[in-house]
Structure formats: structure tokens, C-alpha cells
Design a protein around this ligand. Structure first.
Ligand SMILES: [Zn+2]
Ligand SMILES: [Zn+2]
Length: 328
């Protein structure tokens, strides 16, 4: 079968490989749609903590089973189901976690092997190109849950990439008030249809104000130091995106100490989110069904597997909304 494979860091391309063999408890999913994610581009450019090479990338996908021709989203995790984390509903924290597209081959191929228990049925009226966005949307739901975002609260998101915008919509669905801050004017332009349709503001300057919650959907450390300054006392910062490792300027160390002290003096809270649970994918599928018109605005284009190599640099540069790959 045809697949998009990362062989080494910086070296990815189309490969002809055998269809995956099914292990016990797994099923073979014919991949119908796989959304490209900035994490795919990150793995290609600089690797990732959870990446094992060589790897067929892709963790945001849906597909059909040969047995019933129905569409399913695959939760990309594989948790043990028995440990304390799994039993308490934090299966994304399972010590034995293996992620499809990271530890195991993923959805940027004609077929993917996934545990049967990870399949979540897609509502009949939801097309595959939208259903595959359930995973990133579910990750934003995880962040809102961990940050305990409640009705009428004001939430500031740093980063107007597709996931920042999805998060803003998920906040609006909760009847809270999102605002998105984006330093790149071309990205603000890119989201103008989304802004018009939702009434959500995307602004270039950090809006001064008192936010109940600030969440970073962008990797710059300044999102943390600026975000903390603008929280109400007792408010919460949620770390959603990992921070870039190379510290931009020496003065940042001082800024970080100031931010940590501000957390202390004003009893601010820190939360964080990584990945999502199956239940959060179910919730995301509901939002996708109800908000299909709006979420469609986040799709840049539908492409083939062969087109991925030329698109990945664009995603890495943050110059695109969602590209949906249709492998077949
Ligand atoms: Zn992703
Ligand atoms: Zn577990």
C-alpha cells in the first residue's frame, strides 16, 4: 500500500509498504481521511519525544471497516485499561501509552491497524473530511476540562492556527467568551471567514484585560509570561502547546521569575493538557456534527498522499489551515 513515511528526521516521503498485519484485538481500517497536524511537521523537522522511527505518520484520521462499511474515528492512543490513570478516566496518561502515528504506524496510508476498542462511530451525516478533525478538537476539550473553563468566563487563547480556532469554538459552545491573540497578521487574515461566522475576535496585540483563563496554542515562552500578567487573581494558565526549547532572549529568565512570583502572590493556577480520551472524542464528534458549517471553514484543501511532501513545509511555517489527506 501507499504510505507517507518518516524514515529519519528531515527525511520523509511516499513509500510502498505492505498493509499492516493485524494483532490480537486490532482491526484493519481503510483510511478515508487524515488531517495533517503541525505535530506531523514538527516530527519531520525536529522529531518528538514520543516518536519511534521509521514511522508512517498521521494521528487524526477516520476510516471504514471492511465488515460494515461504516465510518469510525480512531482514538490514536492505546492504553492498558487497568492502571489507576485508565480507571480514573485519564487514559491519555497511561504509563503504557502508545500513540498511533508516534509509537505505531498511523493514518497517512491506505490502511491502518488500530485496536478495535478505540473505534468511535461517526454520526451518519458527518463527512469523513470533518470527522478526522475529532482528535485535535478533543485535545482542546481536554484543555478546557483541565483548566475548568466555566460558563460566562473570559478565555484568552494564544495562537490562531487551526487548533487555536477549534479551541475558541469549543469555548463558545460552553457559553464562555473566547478571544484569540495572534502575532502573525497573515494568520489573522487566514481566519477571517471563521471570525465573521462565529463573531470570535482574533487580535494581533495582547489584549490587556483580566482573563479567567489563558491557554497557549502556540509554542513561544512569551505566551506564558504575557498570559500570566493578564490573568485575574486566582485565574488559571493552561499549557496546551509545548514550549520552544531555545530561549529567545536572556531577559526571559527574569520574565519567568516574575511570572512565577506573580503566580504565587496572586494565587494563580497552572494546568496542562496533552492528548485526549475516547470520551472527549465522542464529545468532539457531537460538536463537529452541530457546528459542521463553521468547522468546514478551517479546511484549507483536500489532497492526496503524493501531495504531502510539498505541503508539510507550509504547515511547519504556520501558513495553512487544515489540509485533509484522502489516501484512496
Ligand atoms: Zn494533531
Ligand atoms: Zn493504563
Amino acid at each position: 500500500m501507499k504510505a507517507f513515511q518518516l524514515k529519519n528526521i528531515g527525511n520523509a516521503g511516499i513509500a510502498e509498504i505492505p498493509a499492516p498485519e493485524i494483532q490480537e484485538g486490532q482491526v484493519l481500517l481503510k483510511v478515508r481521511a487524515n488531517a495533517l497536524c503541525r505535530t506531523d511537521a514538527k516530527m519531520w523537522k525536529m522529531g518528538h519525544r514520543d516518536l519511534i522511527l521509521p514511522r508512517v505518520l498521521g494521528h487524526e484520521f477516520c476510516g471504514t471497516l471492511a465488515s460494515d462499511e461504516k465510518l469510525y474515528v480512531a482514538w490514536p492512543g492505546n492504553a492498558c485499561g487497568k492502571c489507576d490513570f485508565c480507571r480514573k478516566g485519564y487514559e491519555n496518561l497511561c504509563d503504557q501509552m502508545e500513540i498511533v502515528g508516534f509509537h505505531k504506524d498511523g493514518g497517512l496510508a491506505e490502511y491502518a491497524a488500530v485496536p478495535e476498542k478505540n473505534l468511535l462511530p461517526v454520526p451518519d451525516n458527518l463527512p469523513d473530511k470533518l470527522a478526522c478533525m475529532a482528535e485535535p478538537l478533543a485535545c482542546t476539550i481536554n484543555a478546557l476540562t483541565m483548566a475548568n473553563v466555566r460558563k460566562d468566563e473570559k478565555v484568552l487563547i494564544f495562537g490562531a492556527g487551526p487548533v487555536g480556532l477549534m479551541m475558541a469554538l469549543a469555548i463558545q459552545v460552553r457559553n464562555a467568551e473566547p478571544t484569540v491573540c495572534e502575532i502573525n497578521p497573515s494568520k489573522i487574515q487566514m481566519s477571517r471567514n471563521f471570525q465573521r461566522k462565529t463573531g470570535i475576535t482574533v487580535t494581533e496585540k495582547v489584549p490587556q484585560g483580566k482573563w479567567n483563563t489563558v491557554i497557549n496554542a502556540a509554542p513561544a515562552l512569551e505566551t506564558f509570561t504575557d498570559g500570566v500578567k493578564n490573568l485575574i487573581s486566582g485565574g488559571s494558565f493552561c499549557i496546551f502547546s509545548g514550549f520552544t526549547k531555545n530561549c529567545p532572549q536572556p531577559s526571559m529568565a527574569k520574565e519567568m521569575v516574575n511570572a512565577l512570583n506573580e503566580i504565587h502572590y496572586r494565587q494563580l493556577r497552572i494546568s496542562s493538557a496533552y492528548g485526549c480520551t475516547r470520551q472527549q472524542i465522542r464529545l468532539a464528534l457531537k460538536i463537529l456534527e452541530n457546528q459542521a458549517d463553521i468547522l468546514s471553514l478551517l479546511i484549507e484543501k483536500t489532497i492526496t498522499i503524493e501531495e504531502i511532501p510539498q505541503i508539510l513545509p507550509k504547515i511547519w511555517a504556520g501558513q495553512a489551515l487544515k489540509y485533509i489527506v484522502k489516501p484512496i
